[in-house]
Write a protein that binds this ligand. Structure first.
Ligand SMILES: *[C@@H]1O[C@H](CO)[C@@H](O)[C@H](O)[C@H]1NC(C)=O
Ligand SMILES: *[C@@H]1O[C@H](CO)[C@@H](O)[C@H](O)[C@H]1NC(C)=O
Ligand SMILES: *[C@@H]1O[C@H](CO)[C@@H](O)[C@H](O)[C@H]1NC(C)=O
Ligand SMILES: *[C@@H]1O[C@H](CO)[C@@H](O)[C@H](O)[C@H]1NC(C)=O
Length: 311
């Protein structure tokens, strides 16, 4: 079911990887990578000085190549001068990310998350990137990894955008590629405080900046049940110390039937009425949320960890 639902959306998708200024390139030997995740990168020709970095983890049964072809990140990178990192899992069984191991759920603990963070650090160094403007967005397993990365590496990311995923730690299990039916079907229900404890335990003692996050989910998703949306809301409002009561509601944005709830400056959630696990890409929305159209020439004006502007 998982594979076919994702494959369908690919058939309907437009291939974006045409007429680009550069190509998808593999990098080897980039730092600690205990799970042998492979590293693909797109560096546009007109890179802006101190370029921002977007990490785009794939879905289950997906690949770096597919995200490169079917999402508009590389074309947007050409236009706005940012780098995109496309990690590729070494898990050949179902090509899902390791969002379950204690290692991946622990800051500098190992697992797939550490390999991906090593890619970010390598790219920041190699291209003189802006360490205050590193972002992550993915769908499905890529959304789960988005939750994992902003949770375990709040010191690395400025923001995340998670499309049809599950909360940080919801798939936690005793191995690197656990598929949690209980979580997927919405049966793992906890209080906000309990969920927040999982995030805080990932990096004990950390009290610095936390990345802002948006989560988006279809109301009729039968692969990762919409209960996971409610659990993500409980988790992140608790992490940020916001009330779980919706503070601001905007209807029909960015599409008809989608509703945006804001809970505070750093957390928003979109409920997409009648949408299943094939949640339609809205890359513009993500670019805006990350402020990736903003160039550094407008000094201090772009959203970043340092400025917090446009949070
Ligand atoms: C890591 O993955 C690559 C394929 O991406 C493979 O060629 C290589 O043998 C793997 N290395 C280890 C140590 O498993
Ligand atoms: C990623 O891994 C998959 C599955 O092992 C493989 O088919 C694909 O060629 C790899 N590389 C890219 C760039 O997606
Ligand atoms: C998880 O990993 C951390 C860091 O490696 C370790 O301190 C902790 O004991 C581990 N927890 C479990 C439940 O294995
Ligand atoms: C909730 O909305 C009000 C009115 O727009 C605003 O003043 C307040 O700061 C918001 N609260 C949070 C936590 O963002």
């Amino acid at each position: 079911m998982f594979a076919s639902s994702v494959a369908m959306s690919l058939l309907a998708a437009v291939a974006f990887a045409q007429q680009l200024s550069s190509t998808l390139t593999q990098v080897v030997d980039f730092g600690p990578n205990p799970r042998n995740v492979s590293f693909y990168i797109y560096v546009p020709q007109n890179l802006q000085p101190k370029p921002p970095i977007l990490v785009a983890p794939h879905w289950c049964h997906g690949t770096a190549q597919q995200v490169f072809e079917y999402r508009s990140w590389a074309a947007a990178g050409d236009k706005y001068g940012f780098i995109t990192i496309y990690p590729n899992t070494s898990n050949v069984v179902d090509q899902c990310w390791d969002v379950s191991s204690n290692a991946t759920l622990t800051h500098n603990g190992g697992g797939d998350s550490l390999g991906i963070v090593s890619m970010v650090k390598w790219a920041l160094k190699r291209y003189g990137g802006d360490k205050d403007r590193v972002f992550v967005s993915g769908t499905s397993s890529g959304a789960m990894m988005t939750n994992v990365l902003v949770g375990a590496y709040p010191d690395v990311f400025a923001a995340g955008s998670a499309w049809a995923g599950v909360p940080f730690g919801c798939f936690a299990g005793d191995d690197f590629d656990v598929w949690s039916d209980a979580c997927a079907s919405g049966k793992i229900i906890m209080t906000g405080a309990e969920w927040a404890t999982l995030v805080k335990k990932a990096y004990p003692g950390y009290s610095g900046f936390r990345p802002k996050l948006q989560v988006l989910h279809g109301t009729v998703d039968t692969v990762l049940y919409p209960q996971n949306f409610e659990e993500e809301i409980k988790q992140w409002t608790s992490v940020f110390g916001y009330s779980p009561t919706r503070n601001e509601t905007t209807q029909n944005t960015p599409l008809e039937g989608w509703t945006r709830y804001r809970y505070g400056p750093k957390f928003e959630a979109y409920s997409a009425a009648g949408v299943d696990h094939n949640i339609p890409n809205q890359d513009e929305l993500v670019l805006e949320y990350f402020d990736l159209k903003c160039r550094r020439t407008k000094k201090g004006k772009c959203y970043s960890r340092a400025s917090g502007h446009r949070a």
